[in-house]
Design a protein around this ligand. Structure first.
Ligand SMILES: [Zn+2]
Ligand SMILES: [Zn+2]
Length: 290
């Protein structure tokens, strides 16, 4: 099915998205700026990193790709933490992401920068009312959990709860830094994988899409920048395949596995790692193809 990229399909999401960005400017209002403390900044860093982990480990590596196992309670916690990033529910996120992998950079891909431009791949598709539905046919393994369906339907509950908590902890500076600014940073770092990681970086593996590996994007997304690795072998919990490919999400999941919180972490098979090593010593596959 050809996707609708028409700006006329923008809806209330677009207005809220703009308001969140304008809300970041409140940081510079004297009453808020002067009341900002080290504690406020620590709160913002915490809500940023914990929610980022909720997206990368939870929404992406667990719900979308099932690269490790966990109990039902921690599964719900991951869905809640990821949901507090205000990127809709885990089921919506996973269904759209599985669709991306099935059609990456092909005509049906919802967010392909090569086909529809960087803006559309970055935020246009998210703001379009065309893609608001959760595609249950793509997440049959997840819809059987009623608590996940509830959280997916009421996806504003976790972010509103977090916003209220930030306000209670540190007043208006806490709300602006810990929720508004932090959420906007989360938006763009997450969306940059869909946009920039199909444009910038090196291609180790000769995938059928434009996915690329980028150390810079890996650093700001807790390891998601190794996107070409990921597109080549989606079933791996680690997206950095080698010791020099920094992947914070993987390190945290490994630590959690020591305590039994998560288990059965799936890693890439030896044949993939050996192919990758040979590729690393060669020119970029995109250059070879050119
Ligand atoms: Zn993925
Ligand atoms: Zn991709």
């Amino acid at each position: 099915m050809q996707n609708d990229r028409s700006p006329s399909s923008f809806n209330l999401n677009f207005l809220l998205f703009v308001l969140m960005h304008l809300g970041c400017l409140l940081v510079f209002v004297p009453a808020i700026w002067n009341a900002t403390t080290i504690g406020t900044v620590v709160l913002a860093a915490t809500t940023l990193l914990v929610r980022k982990f909720g997206i990368t480990a939870g929404f992406h590596r667990y719900f979308s790709h099932r690269t490790f196992k966990t109990g039902r309670a921690f599964q719900f916690i991951l869905a809640w933490i990821g949901g507090s990033a205000a990127q809709k529910g885990a089921l919506w996120w996973a269904s759209q992401h599985r669709h991306h992998h099935a059609h990456s950079d092909q005509p049906a891909d919802v967010h392909s920068p090569a086909r529809d431009g960087l803006w559309w791949a970055h935020v246009g598709w998210v703001l379009s009312s065309r893609y608001e539905a959760t595609r249950d046919d793509l997440i049959k393994d997840l819809v059987r959990f009623p608590e996940l369906r509830w959280l997916n339907r009421w996806h504003l509950v976790p972010p509103i709860t977090l916003a209220a908590a930030c306000l209670a902890i540190d007043g208006l500076p806490g709300l602006v830094w810990g929720f508004v600014l932090s959420t906007v940073v989360l938006y763009h770092t997450t969306f940059s994988i869909n946009s920039l990681c199909h444009v910038i970086g090196r291609r180790r593996f000769d995938t059928t899409d434009d996915s690329r590996n980028s150390l810079l994007l890996a650093l700001i997304t807790l390891g998601e920048g190794w996107h070409n690795n990921h597109h080549y072998f989606q079933g791996s919990v680690n997206q950095g395949f080698y010791w020099w490919e920094i992947d914070i999400t993987y390190y945290v999941l490994t630590a959690l596995s020591w305590f039994g919180v998560v288990r059965d972490l799936k890693r890439p098979p030896r044949r993939v790692l050996e192919l990758g090593r040979r590729r690393t010593a060669q020119p970029d596959v995109a250059t070879v193809a050119a």
